[in-house]
Design a protein around this ligand. Structure first.
Ligand SMILES: NC(=O)c1ccc[n+]([C@@H]2O[C@H](COP(=O)([O-])OP(=O)(O)OC[C@H]3O[C@@H](n4cnc5c(N)ncnc54)[C@H](OP(=O)(O)O)[C@@H]3O)[C@@H](O)[C@H]2O)c1
Length: 302
């Protein structure tokens, strides 16, 4: 029998959750993954292929009645949430998951935070972070040890979803002071740090990791170096101009997802959600990939 505690992972079919499962298995932890009944068949198959490495798959949803969800958690000592969704998932679902973990006798909960420094921003700065703070307030009375893992922005998001790099136009756009320090980490390294923290009996509170502390100027240089492409750096305005642009867009749409990428950028380029300290040194065995190497690997693969 393994002496490494069993870990329950919700959101295991997701971008980050799947990597966390792999990183936990690599550390010899038995893992039980929660998979929704209607989940994508390909994602389910990718997970079930890991059974030989010590993965158990249980069906369920974090909104299931707490009694049933507690059965799914079973004898896991730690519960990791890597779910993504609206307030019904991030607030109600995660609170339900904490209650189920308590019932099951788990000791530790890692919420689906994985972001810039949520402890430093205010309500209204980023609506998706507001939900995470609301969830944390709702389970603050829990006897579980809560370990929150923060990683800044994913390399994958900075070079993709944020819309900063336009390969066709040959531009890289940014708001704010190009030399403002920002925290960024790859999905794989975030997962590796998360697995290390989950299995570390001394881990507690909020842990902050960064693959790189960079700036938009250095980000531009590294994306060019990694891709071998020349990209014109476009300055879109100050951090205050970005705040005004977010307010303008918010007045035009009832869907806040239309401007959430700008809210994440503002949290970074304003410096408000910058990490004051890093916990990388707790886990020296995790050697994060550089942004330039990440870009080299992803652009040569595509
Ligand atoms: N710092 C950054 O730059 C950054 C960027 C992206 C994400 N993140 C954070 O990383 C975390 C994970 O995001 P992700 O991009 O990996 O998400 P994702 O790929 O969209 O995956 C979400 C996962 O949650 C599961 N899920 C959703 N609702 C559920 C429910 N009711 N019950 C059980 N499982 C449920 C999904 O299951 P199905 O497969 O069945 O849908 C899926 O496994 C989030 O906290 C997110 O905010 C951070």
């Amino acid at each position: 029998m393994s002496s490494v505690p069993k870990v329950f992972v919700a959101g295991a079919t997701g971008l980050l959750g799947g990597r966390i499962v792999r990183a936990l298995l690599d550390r010899g932890a038995p893992v039980r993954a929660l998979v929704r009944p209607g989940t994508d068949e390909e994602k389910r198959n990718a997970l079930t292929a890991l059974r030989a490495d010590g993965l158990e798959v249980v069906e369920g949803d974090i909104s299931d009645p707490a009694e049933r969800l507690a059965e799914a958690v079973g004898d896991a000592a730690a519960v990791v949430s890597a779910v993504q969704g609206g307030p019904e998932v991030i607030v109600d679902g995660q609170v339900n998951l904490v209650r189920a973990a308590e019932k099951a006798g788990a000791r530790r909960f890692v919420p689906s935070d994985f972001a810039v420094d949520v402890t430093k921003i205010d309500d209204g700065d980023n609506f998706m972070m507001d939900w995470r703070r609301r969830a944390a307030a709702a389970y603050a009375d829990s006897p579980l040890e809560v370990v929150s893992v923060l990683n800044g922005a994913f390399y994958e998001v900075m070079t993709g979803f944020m819309g900063l790099v336009d390969w066709e136009q040959g531009t890289l756009s940014h708001w704010g002071d190009p030399d403002q320090p920002i925290d960024i980490t790859s999905v794989a390294d975030t997962a590796a740090y998360t697995a290390a923290a989950v299995l570390d009996p001394d881990a507690t509170g909020t842990l902050r990791f960064a693959g790189e502390v960079t700036s938009m100027r250095r980000f531009h240089e590294d994306v060019q170096r990694g891709s071998g492409r020349t990209l014109r750096l476009r300055h879109l305005g100050s951090a205050d101009d970005l705040r005004a642009e977010i307010a303008r867009q918010a007045s035009l749409t009832s869907n806040p997802f239309d401007y959430v990428a700008l809210q994440y950028q503002w949290c970074m380029v304003s410096g408000k959600a910058k990490f004051d300290t890093l916990d990388n040194a707790r886990y020296p065995e995790v050697t994060p990939q550089s942004l330039a190497d990440f870009v080299r690997a992803t652009t040569s693969a595509s």
